[in-house]
Design a protein around this ligand. Sequence first.
Ligand SMILES: [Zn+2]
Length: 402
Amino acid sequence: MDINAANIEEIVKKVLAGMNTTTSPATSVGVPKTAKVGMLTAIEKMEVKEFPIPEVGDDDILVKVEGCGICGTDAHEFRKDPFGLIPVALGHEGTGEIVKIGKNVTKDSAGKPIGVGDKLVTCMIFKDNPDITMYDLNKQNVGGADVYGLLPDNDPNNHLKGWFSDYILIKGSAGSTFFNVSDLDLDSRILIEPSAVLVHAVERAKTTNILRFNSRVVIQGCGPIGLLCVAVLRTLGVEHIVTVDGNQQRLDFSKRMGAEATVNFKDFKGIEELQKGVVNAFGGHLADFGFQCTGSPAGHSNIYKFIRNGGGLCELGFFINGGDATINPHFDICSKELTMVGSWVYTLRDYATTFDFLKRAKGIGLPVTELITHKFPLSRIQEAFETNVRQEGLKIAVMANQ
Ligand SMILES: [Zn+2]
């Protein structure tokens, strides 16, 4: 064998590379030194900053981000910083591929094996109580849990805490929960988090024993949440769904998601006329069950009028404080004997169900992934947020490597 300088250099490189993989605490593939992180640095100001990629510990996972949806919560943060987090690495509806994994991490939060090359999503971070659920009041409210993308930027050595980045570091020791979702396509994975909100709401609705497969269901509000509500109900075999909104385009989309009929409230004057519109859409009946998916107090006041005596209601539109709503307790609740549940966010368990929902929705041909109407590269994250705030399109995603 003829060993020249070039060959020696090659051999030295190979030996060094071999040493790297045997001495490194984590398995990895081609990881750069720095990561780009989309940060909210002031009100209405998103900036892409560059930070060193920290050491990946034995319990940690480094993920190369593919994309992340902009949530209503992100928009609230962008406009007003209600959680007081600025500067903050935002983005919690994200997904990507594992590029480096600590030696202690072999399974996801459902017990599924996990390794380099698998696709991942994160759920909540349970600092001390992994059994937190939303609707068991004996347990701590989920408000006590954190999520990646809404964490304070308080560690000088790690700023990779949000999904609007090209890399994110999942800290196993911090109580993070995460799932191997390699069997879902990218757009479905971006929609897991918002879908889980609806899977949870339908679980809450079922506790009333009023929502059944042959129920007449009215869904008020056809933003991403209302549209996903239609899709979740359709995958459960609910046929008779009427949607109510003021935006015809969104109403038309709700039909493609599986609504039987739609009601544009702009076509009706006053609540009595609107009620007749809903009754007509159900072929002469009031709804057995309603889902209120708007954050509008008027929306909350109206939905009672669409529900029959003995019917049920799930209110999930008020994710944040949207103000007080006026109702008539006699007509709306007592004399109707209405059964009502509230729903907020989701539980860890709902995540596993959500993966199946997305597969079933795809299987029966629902255009769920068409909810993503815009994709912006990370470098244009400011524009992505401005588009979201203008309420253009439905779900806007920021793609890390475009
Ligand atoms: Zn969200």
